[in-house]
Ligand binder design. Sequence first.
Ligand SMILES: Cc1ncc(COP(=O)(O)O)c(C=O)c1O
Length: 390
Amino acid sequence: MTVAKPASRPNVPHFSSGPCAKRPGWNPQNLKDAALGRSHRAKVGKAKLKLAIELTREVLEVPADYKIGIVPASDTGAVEMALWSLLGPRPVTTIAWESFGEGWVSDIVKELKLKDVVKLHAGYGEIPDLSKADKNSDIVFTWNGTTSGVRVPNADWIRDDREGLTICDATSAAFAQPLDWPKLDVVTFSWQKALGGEAAHGMLILSPRAVARLESYTPPWPLPKIFRMTKGGKLNAGIFEGETINTPSMLCVEDYLDALNWAKSVGGLKALIARADASTKVLADWKARTPWVDFLAADPAIRSNTSVCMKVVDPAITALSADAQADFAKKLVAAVEKEGAGYDFAHYRDAPAGLRIWCGATVEARDVEVLTQWIDWAFAETKASLAKAA
Ligand SMILES: Cc1ncc(COP(=O)(O)O)c(C=O)c1O
């Protein structure tokens, strides 16, 4: 069956899960006030870094007694800093259901070599039994698994009377999904995700309990300067007021400020979440009328509204080998890319074959709608050329 080529393209054809689409109306001119060529320790530079922290608190609705720091090496840097600085004194529960979560497990077990580790694991499209997480252990998990499109449904499974810390990689959840702050002791994300900022800078948010751990526990392993959050046994408070450990890009800082101001202008966190939900609904409606596509996450309660992962369920395609299915998905995406109608929405390299369409707050629902028309077209074309080759 042939499908006519759609008449129009998305206004912004960017559907990558990171770096994500810039905010609507983004323009390099918006960065003209960047403190370029100035020291980040000068009054002007420090004021911008402090403002980035203050606006993060405002938009993400972070409690006043939580500390917010700008740290090196993007989300990975922030997570590693937390793992290496905080883990060790208690048993650890790791909860992982896709590639990034598994990466943290590997670091905890193989690099930090912690022995008392309970692993709760599920495959792509599913989530482990969260109620099994021991409240006396430190719990490490990802709020939204970017490569499988599965998120935790909520944080009700985390106890208020927990003795351990919860360390949460929220990089593809922040600014698109509600984070339950009282249940979270460490939260990390990077600027490049749901606000469409630039990569390389990470955010590390600490609860008072996480700060107490930092001030009462010294890990037995050496900590590189880039990970050190304490000085003489006390929290290095400067990091959480804009005195970064090393030099940040003031251009990226300006871009993050622009993204945060845009977030405020559209109505703050609630509006950002609604925007992601609206784009995800476009995909749910498309799925409902399209027999060959389905969500990787069968359960809507754990389905992401940012990194939405979908699979091809057409019997002619599912009959193929895993490699051939991956090849089909890549060809389908390449056909859309060639038309300039949508970029970077194929499955993650370690994930099951299919589509991963970013629906975070900077994406417009109407662009997702137009993208689905192009995918319908590309599916028919790719399937036809497969049949021809057979
Ligand atoms: C859940 C998750 N954790 C960590 C990362 C790594 O982030 P970064 O490259 O910003 O360090 C990503 C990137 O996509 C991610 O999705």
